[in-house]
Design a protein around this ligand. Structure first.
Ligand code: 13P
Length: 252
């Protein structure tokens, strides 16, 4: 299975900055890449990125993702963006349940599961984020927390579960420069893999990404772990040379 390197730009960018970043990325990808690539961009820029894909040949293999999606199909939900709208803009992915949304927008396991279901119903692959806080890790609750978060999504999505991507993002490693060691990340990935295997006989298709201060220097050792199928990259995805180095490290 090819690895997936997905950038999560979070709330960063501008028309000019996005164009510069993607032009640099396109130039670096002219010769091809060893993995699948995606950029998850702020909703107002989805159309811009879609247009840039048409003018920059190097972006042909870069898929577009959103950073969130509504659990609702349509209607009076001011400010929300539906999965059908994302599909309209050629999105392949939508991040759901990022810890920043769980934390700052009080997203529950049940809501995250509904968002994953809404994405799948529209033909969008949800990148379902799970991860423990520092307090939870120190209390020895890592496995319990990530299994609870994933169980909600499995429960709500039945046999469609084989169509999701899962990202393990320990909250204490996000934007902190503290990365889980390859062994720590692998241990959690193995737990998630076993949980998915119990849920579907198609679990081998499900990519398990690691996220949390992944960068050009540490990507290769993380990606070498048997159950790490790619990365969800925050800060380092905003710098084309760094993102390109991570992509180069993601050979099978
Ligand atoms: P950083 O790579 O900036 O730590 O962010 C990780 C992340 O949250 C990706 O979704």
């Amino acid at each position: 299975m090819k690895k997936l390197i997905a950038g999560n730009w979070k709330m960063n960018g501008s028309l000019a900055a996005n164009e510069a970043l993607l032009a640099e990325l396109a130039a670096g990808l002219q010769a091809g890449a060893p993995c699948e690539i995606a950029v998850c961009v702020p909703a107002p820029y989805l159309a811009q990125v879609q247009a840039l894909k048409k003018t920059h040949a190097g972006l042909a293999q870069v898929d577009i993702g959103a950073q969130d999606v509504s659990a609702q199909a349509s209607g009076a939900y001011t400010g929300e963006v539906s999965a059908a709208m994302l599909k309209d803009l050629n999105c392949r992915y939508a991040v759901v349940g990022h810890s920043e949304r769980r934390q700052y927008h009080a997203e529950t396991d049940a809501l995250v599961a509904d968002k994953a279901r809404a994405a799948l119903a529209a033909g969008i692959t949800p990148i379902v984020c799970v991860g423990e806080t520092l307090a939870e890790r120190e209390a020895g609750r890592t496995v319990e927390v990530v299994k609870r978060q994933l169980a909600a999504v499995i429960h709500a999505n039945g046999h469609c579960i084989s169509e999701i991507v899962v990202a393990y993002e320990p909250v204490w490693a996000i934007g902190t420069g503290k990365t889980a060691t390859p062994e720590e990340a692998q241990a959690v990935h193995a737990v998630l893999r076993a949980q998915l295997k119990a849920a579907t006989d198609q679990s081998a298709r499900i990519k398990l990404l690691y996220g949390g201060s992944m960068n050009a220097a540490n990507a290769a050792t993380l990606l070498a772990q048997p159950d790490i199928d790619g990365g969800l990259i925050g800060g380092a995805s905003l710098k084309a040379p760094d993102f390109l180095k991570i992509i180069a490290a993601a050979h099978v």
